[in-house]
Ligand binder design. Sequence first.
Ligand code: HEC
Length: 250
Amino acid sequence: MQRKLFQFFIFHFPLLFSLSSCDSGDIVEKTISQETNGHTVKLAAIVSGMSDLSDKYALTLAAFESGNSYALTTYALPQTDDSSLISLVMPNVGSNVSTVELAIINRLRQRVITLASVRMDDYTQTTDTILLNVGTVDVGMFNVIQHNVFNQSCIQCHGGNGGNGAANLNLTEGKAYHNLVDIPSTRKEGMYRVVSGNASQSLIHQILAEGGEEILHYNHTEVLSSQFKDDVSAVRTFIDDWINKLEIEN
Ligand code: HEC
């Protein structure tokens, strides 16, 4: 008799029970399905260079919570011809998601580089599909480093204001590659700025990594931290992977 009464209550007052207890499967399911009626984000992009990303990385449309660099949801972009338009829809973006990003992620689904991003806070009033139109992006590893690392964190000292830049190293677009790859250091005798195929021997790796504080007169170990915060070690690894891949190419 008591049990009957209990069931009566669950049936007629589910909200009451969902507040006070969590052990009914039905109610838990209801809560989830309510949360998944979120926003829809639609990406449109023309992507080139995808085959250059090693199999450690994937180009994805990815949802992130704030303060967490591991993606909650990821949709991999399909491999396509360089000039075809990719369109990808992410439905059910819940209120726990703070950004939906076109991002390069690693095998742990950790964000490495954000190429474009939607801040969900800007769309709380919208029920329409949110469009993330990014135009053309080149995700070749060096191009990603040029645009997302050198242009943001390095060229203010290395050539961005005209001239050759600190240590005679110009890292602006069109110049950086030829000033780095297999070019001797002007500061450390016997070292190369980038040694094709060997990140750990490369000066650029050593000065950006922890422990590299004393190698040059200017300490570079914090240069990437201010831009990439929690993602900084993933970015360092991405640069290393680019260097290690060079041997095969050259
Ligand atoms: C605030 C200015 C500043 C920023 C920002 C900066 N650098 Fe430097 N960089 C220098 C200075 C100064 C030197 C020369 C240090 C010395 O003489 O010991 C240098 C030297 C170097 C060298 C050694 C060059 C050689 O020939 O030995 C490399 C490699 C380098 N920087 C890479 C970078 C990269 C990559 C970034 C961005 C992630 C960066 N730097 C950001 C100021 C800067």
